[in-house]
Ligand binder design. Structure first.
Ligand code: FE
Length: 211
């Protein structure tokens, strides 16, 4: 299988390394598993947005951006859930890859560092989702999945842009870029290595090209 991964929509400045062809092949090998995981990702992304609003309840600017974000993530969840149901598939629980936990572990405990790190981690997850959805939108053998991922792409790009804005407004560009570089390295580390078995493929399972 020869693939060109330099899809322009997949090139995102947040990410320190691009996803590998192996990840794409593994994902295309078990598309329904990735779809179930994707539904969980949208549900969790809505949860993260709400969690941040609850953690900083008096920050109006934060609420103004995160409330519509949470709603949009839930709309995506419903969209994916609808497709699962049409295909007679249950939203069964899946063991999550270590990805999320590795990133959360890198969030510093004290404020305001915790806020910056939380925004950057949320943005990195969105950026990786966007990059991988762009690959699936271009290369999934299933036309319905290509259409679904294609439809979600534009909003995913807005999502990491939004987290970028929250960081820049509050912490300035220089501090944001410096910390982003560190966390982007953690993100790539979390995606490094070989997949243990095909059933472990997820939207955020291992598979990056290290330079
Ligand atoms: Fe999103």
């Amino acid at each position: 299988m020869t693939l060109v991964l330099e899809n322009p929509t997949a090139r995102v400045k947040w990410l320190a390394a691009p996803s590998s062809v192996s990840w794409l092949e593994q994902a295309n090998g078990l598309p329904e598993l990735v779809l179930i995981d994707h539904a969980h990702c949208e549900r969790k992304a809505a949860g993260v947005a709400l969690q941040l609003m609850f953690r900083y309840p008096s920050d109006e600017g934060l609420g103004a951006l995160l409330s519509p974000l949470a709603r949009e993530e839930l709309e995506h969840f419903e969209l994916v859930l609808g497709l699962l149901q049409r295909r007679g598939m249950a939203l069964r629980p899946l063991p999550a890859p270590v990805y999320g936990a590795s990133l959360t572990a890198a969030v510093r405990k004290g404020e305001p560092e915790r806020m910056l790190d939380s925004f950057l981690v949320a943005g990195l997850i969105e950026a990786r989702s966007h990059e991988r959805m762009a690959l699936l939108a271009a290369h999934s053998p299933d036309p319905e999945l290509r259409a679904l991922y294609g439809e979600l792409l534009a909003s995913e790009a807005r999502h990491f842009g939004l987290y970028w804005c929250l960081c820049e407004e509050r912490f300035g560009r220089e501090a944001t870029v410096a910390r982003l570089e560190e966390l982007a390295a953690v993100e790539v580390e979390a995606l490094s290595g070989e997949l243990a078995n095909p059933d472990a493929v997820r939207m955020h399972s291992v598979g990056v090209v290290l330079r």
